[in-house]
Design a protein around this ligand. Structure first.
Ligand code: PEP
Ligand code: MG
Length: 549
């Protein structure tokens, strides 16, 4: 039997599946077992909580690192005295232990969700704690991520960040989900960890634990109970990919020799060495705001200069594109914009916020110019969330005044693509941020699961904007890079090159797959795939049209 979905990456895996268990049913409201007293019922809760907390701590001890912190925090949540008091009161009013835990935790979760942001995310974690306590009380296995001493392919509806923090990724051969799209959390995780994944596989949840499958991300196919030949072919490809990964790394190029430099997206200088090892030919996006997410006041010139110099020193003679602070929406920086906004994605963010606090921007550009002078790297600097040529001119002029050599802008707001010809008269280069460009083109909040299906950079509307930028860049003789998640999708990377992208920047773990895919097509073939994709009417149609050639 074969199931199909959307493959992430080009990997293939063979193994038995383990299913993420379904959540427990809601405990019945019904009356309590009359043979137990109130004190006995509450004692059941206490011993369940003790067992669950001990289990979290033991697993934390085993996992170590970041997972240990997450698990220990969950143990503390399980033992929260306020929650325990609430459970005691509910048992006192006649509730069963299971129902009392369910109601008390749900009330607390609702309150956290009401607070929004970081607090709301903790509600998911609290839900996991409640499920484990109820499972213990009911004598059924705990839901949540499966554990296994041997490697397996994880099958789930979709994975939440809280699930993946607890998952031993060294045991996971591949991820198969019934929901989610190519930009879901599962897909992003798979790309960053180089785990093959197939998302949106209808029928995946009907598979039972232990079933052998071959998950082929390159074709998006799941073969259930595969024949010996299918297994042998998959194993041959796994060995081939391993050999490829061990072979000396070449620069990014198409089959006809056209160069497509492959660059890294980084969030801290500490990530540079690994990127170089994976063959990054430079940096295509350094997200400076990641250095200062916890800062209460604007960073000084000196502290920034030290970070940028450290980053640049890893790339002598190589291109490093640094982005000015991108504050707002998913990355709030209180020192740039602390105001409450109804729609922060449409608010005072990116270059708009920098312009409103020009001294902070001047300090950052000065620190960058100093780092440029102190190192051998080829520093390019760009502004985020730029809308038009006037904003482009503002940023480029300021950058030049403060001593920067190469100054450009990100294309994330559709208006910039529409005005690309005007933008290129001022900018030295443009780098397309497909994450935000998709969000704004399809009017779909990139943080919101309910509209995740719209967040697909394969959408022909997004591809046409990329083509406008590619055409304008070619006419002006200036580079057009891609630095959004789209560049990490090997098939889409080919289409983007066909639309005029001159460099691709991505999470370093994706470099190998993109490099391998580019080497299979000529520029003419990439252009033909691009033409087929932009002529499609839907994202899925574009994906199919490009694959069919
Ligand atoms: C983007 O929007 O595509 C991008 C690269 O920037 P970020 O993901 O940091 O918003
Ligand atoms: Mg962005």
């Amino acid at each position: 039997m074969e199931l199909t979905g959307v493959g992430v990456g080009r990997g293939v895996a063979v193994g038995p599946i383990l299913r993420m268990p379904d959540p427990l049913p809601e405990p019945a409201e019904g009356p309590r077992d009359s043979t137990r007293t109130e004190a006995e019922e509450f004692a059941r809760v206490q011993s369940a909580i003790e067992a669950v907390a001990a289990d979290y701590n033991a697993r934390g001890e085993k996992a170590g690192g970041e997972a240990k912190e997450v698990l220990e925090a969950a143990a503390l949540m399980a033992q929260d005295p306020t929650l325990l008091d609430d459970v005691r009161n509910r048992v006192g009013s006649g509730s069963t232990a299971e129902r009392a835990v369910f109601d008390a935790f749900r009330q607390f979760q609702d309150m956290l969700i009401g607070l929004g942001g970081y607090m709301a995310e903790r509600a998911t974690d609290l839900g996991d704690v409640a499920q484990r306590i109820i499972a213990n009380l009911s004598g059924v296995p705990a839901p949540g991520v499966p554990e296994s001493d041997t490697p397996f392919i994880l099958v789930a509806p979709d994975l939440a960040p809280a699930d993946t923090a607890l998952l031993d990724l060294t045991k996971v051969l591949a991820l198969v989900t019934s929901q989610g799209g190519p930009t879901s959390h599962t897909a992003i995780l798979a790309r960053s960890k180089s785990i093959p994944a197939i998302v949106g596989v209808t029928g995946a949840l009907e598979l039972t634990d232990g079933t052998m499958i071959v998950a082929d991300a390159a074709s998006g196919r799941v073969t259930v109970d595969p024949s010996d030949e299918v297994v042998a072919e998959a194993e041959r490809r796994i060995a081939e990919r391993k050999a490829q990964a061990d072979a000396p790394i070449t620069d990014g190029a198409l089959a006809d020799g056209t160069k497509v430099p492959l660059l890294a997206n980084l969030g801290s200088p500490a990530e540079a060495a690994n990127a170089v090892q994976l063959g990054a030919e430079g940096v295509g996006l350094f997200r400076t705001e990641f250095l200062f997410l916890d800062a209460k006041s604007a960073p000084t010139v000196e502290s920034q200069q030290a970070s940028y110099t450290e980053l640049l020193s890893h790339f002598p003679g190589k291109k490093v594109v640094v982005r000015a602070l991108d504050a707002g929406a998913d990355k709030p920086l209180s020192f740039l914009n602390d105001a409450h906004e109804e729609n922060p994605a449409l608010g005072l963010r990116g270059l708009r916020a920098l312009r409103a606090s020009e001294q902070i921007l001047r300090d950052q550009l000065t620190a960058l110019a100093n780092a440029q002078a102190a190192t051998e790297a080829d520093l390019w600097v760009m502004a985020p969330m730029v809308a038009d040529a006037e904003e482009t001119e503002y940023f480029v002029e300021l950058g030049r005044e403060l001593g920067l050599k190469t100054v450009g802008v990100m294309a994330e707001v559709p208006s910039l693509a529409v005005l690309a010809d005007q933008v290129f008269t001022a900018a030295d280069f443009v780098s397309i941020g497909t994450n935000d460009l998709t969000q704004y083109t399809l009017a779909a909040d990139r943080m919101l699961g309910s509209v995740a299906a719209y967040q697909d950079p394969w959408h022909p509307a997004v591809l046409r904007l990329v083509r406008m930028l590619g055409d304008a860049g070619a006419l002006a003789g200036k580079p057009v890079g891609i630095c959004g998640e789209a560049a990490a999708d090997p098939q889409l990377a080919v289409v983007l090159v066909g639309l005029g992208a001159t460099t691709l920047s991505m999470t370093p773990a994706a470099l190998a797959d993109v490099r391998a895919e580019l080497a299979t097509v000529t520029l003419d073939q990439a252009k033909a795939k691009a033409a087929a994709a932009v002529a499609a009417t839907t994202a899925a149609g574009a994906r199919e049209a490009a694959a069919a050639l």
